[in-house]
Design a protein around this ligand. Structure first.
Ligand SMILES: Cc1cc2nc3c(=O)[nH]c(=O)nc-3n(C[C@H](O)[C@H](O)[C@H](O)COP(=O)(O)OP(=O)(O)OC[C@H]3O[C@@H](n4cnc5c(N)ncnc54)[C@H](O)[C@@H]3O)c2cc1C
Length: 512
């Protein structure tokens, strides 16, 4: 297949979510020529668009930093990458202030004053992350020379003399390539690998699969956060957990309050709540004890749904929401491949076994610019050279519809590698993955993009399943019904690189 050149840039950013956009802006400030390659529209795609709140990391009291650190490491069940977490907390406050300079009208929630979370949530708005992403895109269009290539899917990283030299992309079944001195992967997570997910359908883990094909390492791939607060019928609506302090409860199909005997009831950690919901046949949000005046003030969208669908029960289903695993990076966002950088949800290790609310958007604001700056500095000393673009694993395009393979994989991952896992289910998952991969490799797809995504999802499914098998304990968001307790023999990370696994074990829980 002939692969034509589409362009030449110092820095090519793959992904048009918040991490990618922040990275591109920073790289261009350092004088680099920059392109954003995005599968869907830059500033209008990825999880960034559907997010809600950002943790502000107050700079007023430096002792708070220790609280932030401890809280995040505790939620991550002590296996977070401490160096990355220190960078997040040290830079969080300034990065969010910087974000506020793009968005002067951002709503600050000052209502709660517990010093850690809610008082420092800079933004909570039902209009969701689009409010932020669209403004940043506007900034790029008006104030920078960054070139944007929307609708282009990054397929493969090209290397020469062990460093990056370009990126193969797909658009409308046609392959092209960009010459690049450095590349930043900002392709987001992989929660779309599950049938039930709250992410957008572009979150198929492409960046991680590309990195794996280059022999780079991933970490914590068994940890996926499932969000327990989504009403899916009669309309889709994400509940803000404060509702449960105001009388809302969850009931099952027998009208039983199944969280009654848990100390924090419906306000238990997300992983506990998601698991308990998953165990019920059906779950509904019951608002009988919640005052209309409270709903009117704090959750008018939900009240609107109730009014528009009188007598209809509000059905709740947990959704795959955020992936803690991903590419291993250093604190400067570099990877083991010269010239390749990564930032945002495509990376792993920062959040350990579970992530705290609001920390992911701050992650994009902190690590996006770090990746951008370092990729631009790296590019300053490089030259473009001749490239022979190749992606030998790709099939010939044809007429085959491979959507059923993708659907089968997502369904199987939800049932066997999801909220509750066991050795039996994980082994079944492995054989299904092998079967689906063999099926996919025989196809000549009508859509190369669909094929590439499914191929990448199968690569990730395999690593996630293997990682889940290796962790014979339950920790944070990873729950094994056959090993339901946390076990200190697993106090560490599973790293996958070039077909082998390394278990990194900490001797004691890390101190701040
Ligand atoms: C429903 C929901 C609500 C959330 N709410 C919050 C919240 O309130 N607070 C919080 O902190 N976090 C929240 N999160 C998590 C947070 O939104 C994400 O972690 C964060 O936005 C990730 O940003 P990103 O830029 O790394 O990736 P994304 O925003 O996911 O962007 C990825 C980009 O890469 C592109 N892409 C993917 N593959 C390719 C490819 N092969 N080639 C080219 N482009 C590609 C995509 O099209 C997209 O543009 C939420 C997540 C969800 C799903």
């Amino acid at each position: 297949m002939l692969i034509k050149k589409a362009g030449q840039y110092d820095v090519v950013v793959v992904g048009g979510g918040l991490s990618g956009m922040y990275a591109a802006i920073e790289a261009s400030k350092y004088g680099a020529t920059v392109a954003i390659i995005s599968k869907k529209k830059t500033g209008k795609s990825g999880s960034s668009v559907v997010s809600k709140s950002i943790h502000r990391f107050s700079s007023k009291d430096s002792s708070l930093k220790i609280d932030y650190f401890n809280k995040a490491i505790g939620a991550g069940r002590f296996i977070n990458d401490k160096a990355l977490m220190t960078v997040l907390i040290d830079n969080g406050s300034d990065s969010v202030e910087n974000l506020l300079s793009y968005l002067p009208n951002l709503y600050l929630n000052k209502k709660n004053s517990d010093g850690i979370l809610y008082s420092n949530i800079a933004y909570h708005n039902p209009k969701k992350g689009f409010f932020i992403t669209s403004k940043i895109r506007e900034y790029i269009d008006k104030h920078t020379c960054i070139s944007i290539f929307d609708g282009f899917t990054g397929v493969e990283i090209m290397t020469r003399n062990d460093s990056v030299c370009g990126l193969i992309v797909e658009k409308n079944n046609d392959l092209q390539y960009f010459s690049a001195k450095s590349i930043i992967l900002a392709t987001g997570g992989y929660a779309y690998i599950y049938k039930e997910t709250s992410t957008t359908n572009d979150e198929t883990g492409d960046g991680i699969a590309m990195a794996l094909r280059k022999g780079l390492s991933t970490v914590d791939m068994e940890f996926v956060q499932f969000y327990p607060y989504r009403v899916v019928f009669p309309a889709i609506h994400d509940i803000f957990p404060n509702l449960f302090s105001e009388g809302a409860i969850f009931v099952n199909e027998k009208n039983e309050r199944f969280m009654e005997n848990f100390p924090k009831k419906e306000l238990e950690n997300r992983d506990i709540l998601a698991r308990e919901i998953f165990k019920q046949k059906e779950v509904f949000l019951n608002l009988d004890m919640c005052s209309t005046s409270y709903l009117l003030k704090e959750s008018p969208e939900l009240l609107e749904i109730v009014k528009n669908h009188p007598g209809k029960p509000l059905k709740v289903v947990p959704k795959a929401h955020f992936t803690m695993g991903g590419m291993r990076i250093q604190s400067d966002c570099s990877t083991d491949l010269d010239g390749l950088f990564a930032c945002g949800e495509v990376t792993g290790g920062l959040h350990g076994a579970n992530r705290l609310a609001g920390y992911a958007l701050t992650e994009t604001a902190v690590f996006g610019p770090i990746a951008g700056r370092n990729a631009a500095l790296y590019a300053q000393n490089r030259i473009h050279g001749d490239i022979i673009p190749e992606a030998p694993f790709l099939p010939q395009a044809g007429q085959d519809d491979i959507k059923a393979i993708k659907r089968q994989l997502r369904d199987m991952m939800w049932k066997k590698v999801g909220i509750v896992k066991s050795e039996e289910g994980l082994l079944e998952a492995k054989s299904v993955i092998i079967e689906l991969k063999a099926k996919l490799e025989k196809t000549q797809p009508s859509s190369l993009k669909d094929w590439i995504e499914t191929y990448n999802m199968l690569i990730l499914a395999d690593v996630m399943t293997e990682s889940s098998l290796l962790r014979k304990e339950s920790r944070g968001a990873h729950f094994r019904s056959d090993y339901p307790l946390e076990d200190d023999n697993y106090l560490g990370n599973f790293v996958y690189q070039q077909g082998s696994w390394v278990q990194m074990v900490f001797e004691t829980p890390p101190e701040p």
